[in-house]
Unconditional design. Sequence first.
Length: 94
Amino acid sequence: MKPYYELYRDYEDNIVISKRNDYTFPPHFHGSLEILILLKGKYKVNMDDKTYTAEGKSVVVSDSFCLHAFSKISPDPSDSMLIIIPPAKLKEYP
């Protein structure tokens, strides 16, 4: 799948916090800061041109406009928390 610009994220005003089970997301980028907190499970994480493996009790931070993707690679159930901080909120903190 080709990467895509998740443009709508850049127009949100609120910080988004959501719980995800068995989270997988294709390659994308946006101006928001994205934080994935892995509570349980094992993931393949792509960040720009690098690939990492992250397991439960890990934190993955995708900076603004960093091309990133997440895919669950363990057969066991996974749990995670996703936090997305929009550009407008990032400007509030120098």
